[in-house]
Design a protein around this ligand. Structure first.
Ligand SMILES: Nc1ncnc2c1ncn2[C@@H]1O[C@H](COP(=O)(O)OP(=O)(O)OP(=O)(O)O)[C@@H](O)[C@H]1O
Length: 249
């Protein structure tokens, strides 16, 4: 059997205002899988993703990441867990005025003494590695440009490069193509899938676009009103299931 990277058991999340965003989500994610989470707006996709590294603390259930109980982790253990979980954001979250390669180096900060990292003192070896990662996302010729001079698709590829620089074992991408046009979306998803495949990296990608999920994911999980209502291959996601997921009450 392939190696299990992440397991959630009966994961539930009720926000302080009483909104139940997740209900008994039980999933097993294996090494190297590219899993796409789909579902209507407000279904709980972001809450699920944010709960995995405790940006939202679930109210019930269990998360086991590489054998560690995430909900029990505190302090140093939690920081070390977070270091192994790379994040890619819808709005890229780059430091706009910094050069592209320095944005990539920010992925290394969790590994550096805070003073050195805070002062932006990266070694030549760090810089060489950043340039190599930029090459992998097709941006070696953009390394010394300011991040905000890049197109949206290029900025998201920097976002992917930064996450990869962190050498994570799980990559979480929350709506990584929601702000991009169809052609840039295709390009970004291709790079994301390729780097994950090359590194044997497991990834969970929240997507609004079902066609992209079907094209790029190995496995699709459909969430509706906080519950998993579909878990299968792109082929198994029929039009009927999609309609149920998005349109039925
Ligand atoms: N901090 C919060 N406090 C209260 N309710 C919240 C909070 N964050 C999210 N919610 C609610 O939890 C539910 C799930 O939200 P979530 O953002 O996870 O959905 P989503 O599937 O990611 O939606 P979208 O596709 O629109 O991003 C929604 O009803 C939302 O209003």
């Amino acid at each position: 059997m392939s190696e299990v990277v992440l397991e959630t058991k009966d994961l539930s999340m009720v926000f302080p205002d009483g909104t139940q965003a997740l209900k008994n989500v039980t999933l097993t994610i294996k090494k190297g899988e590219l899993v796409s989470i789909i579902g209507p707006s407000g279904a709980g996709k972001s809450t699920f993703m944010r709960s995995l590294n405790m940006l939202n603390k679930p109210t019930d259930g269990q998360i086991v990441f590489e054998g560690e109980n995430v909900l029990k982790a505190r302090g140093k253990q939690l920081r070390q867990i977070r270091r192994r979980i790379g994040m890619v954001f819808q709005h890229f979250n780059l430091i706009k005025r910094s050069p592209t390669y320095q944005n990539v180096l920010h992925g290394r900060l969790g590994y550096m003494p805070s003073l050195k990292g805070g002062l932006g003192r990266f070694s030549e070896e760090d810089t060489r590695q950043a340039l190599e990662i930029l090459r992998r996302v097709g941006l070696e010729d953009q390394a010394f440009k300011r991040a905000d001079e890049l197109s949206g698709g290029q900025q998201q590829r920097v976002g992917i490069a930064r996450a990869i620089a962190q050498t994570p074992s799980l990559l979480l991408a929350d709506e990584p193509i929601a702000s991009l046009d169809p052609s840039s979306s295709e390009n970004v998803m291709t790079y994301l899938k390729n780097v994950c495949q090359e590194d044997g990296l497991t990834s969970i990608v929240n997507l609004h676009q079902v066609d992209f999920a079907k094209k790029f994911a190995h496995r699709i999980i459909g969430i509706k009103a906080g519950e998993v209502v579909f878990d299968g291959s792109p082929k198994e996601l029929t039009e009927g299931i999609t309609n149920h997921l998005y349109y039925s009450k």
